[in-house]
Design a protein around this ligand. Structure first.
Ligand code: 13P
Length: 255
């Protein structure tokens, strides 16, 4: 049985003051939720404050990126040990915005995953096709390429420590959600890739989140699909009310 995992990717939003306000409300609204793993991923500048607020709560902390070296002359970068030290548990890797705007490649994704695992951080690894690729019927080929490149060289034990997020680029921040069926089709394909590479038992344990215009209104249908195990939420995670509703709407659904 896979536990549902809902993560909020705040992207480049919220000062540390605003982050504290949001997290205080989330803590209150979500304190009774036991059925779902809840994660918030603020920007680096708010991690320490949010970490302090989340001690002994049911909400865990994620970062939005990690560099692959341990330390040294890498101006502007953040190492896995630095995140671990302040209580970060998850780290988003390979988000499409990083692939699109910051020259992220399958190779750098793979290096970041390694660094995360080395520091006992759970990577949330993002893959997904653009609209152009979907329209050219390349969705599965793109997913396969990102999967084979980013996940190259990991053992089943290592893969089990990861979460995968399928985020079709055309659905991110556009209000256009993939239909539950469209998403399920790709999630099933990802699980099949996992089966081929790591065996059925391992593949069945790995959680695959959907991301792209997730809202309180569409989460339930999405997670009722066999291979959708949660969501990576952008815009709707910036307001306590919508994020809490998304989490709570998952509660009655057990897989
Ligand atoms: P939106 O929920 O704003 O579409 O963003 C999705 C996303 O990119 C989460 O990582």
């Amino acid at each position: 049985m896979r536990r549902i995992i809902i993560a909020g990717n705040w992207k480049m939003n919220k000062t540390s003051f605003e982050a504290i306000e949001l997290v205080n409300v989330l803590k209150r609204d979500l304190s009774t939720v036991k059925e779902v793993d809840i994660v918030v991923c603020p920007p680096f500048t708010a991690l320490t404050e949010v970490s302090d607020l989340l001690v002994e709560t049911n909400i865990e902390l994620g970062a939005q990126n990690v560099y692959w070296e341990d330390s040294g002359a890498f101006t502007g970068e953040i190492a896995g040990s630095m995140l671990k030290h302040i209580g970060v548990k998850y780290v988003i890797i390979g988000h499409s915005e990083r692939r699109q705007f910051f020259a992220e490649t399958n190779e750098t994704v793979q290096k970041r995953i390694k660094a995360a695992l080395k520091n006992e951080l759970t990577p949330i690894v993002c893959i997904g096709e653009s609209l152009k690729e979907r329209e050219a019927n390349q969705t599965f080929a793109v997913i396969k390429n990102q999967f084979e490149g980013g996940f190259a060289g990991f053992t089943p034990q290592e893969i089990l420590k990861m979460v995968i997020a399928y985020e079709p680029v055309w659905a991110i921040g556009t209000g256009k959600t993939a239909t539950a069926q469209q998403a399920q089709e790709v999630h099933q394909y990802i699980r099949d890739l996992l089966k081929t590479k790591y065996g059925e038992e391992t593949a069945e344990e790995i959680r695959i989140q959907y991301g792209g215009s997730v809202k309180p209104e569409n989460i339930r249908e999405l997670i009722s699909q066999t291979d959708i195990d949660g969501a990576l939420v952008g815009g709707a995670s910036l307001q306590a009310d919508s994020f809490s509703k998304i989490v709570k709407n998952c509660c009655p659904v057990l897989k």
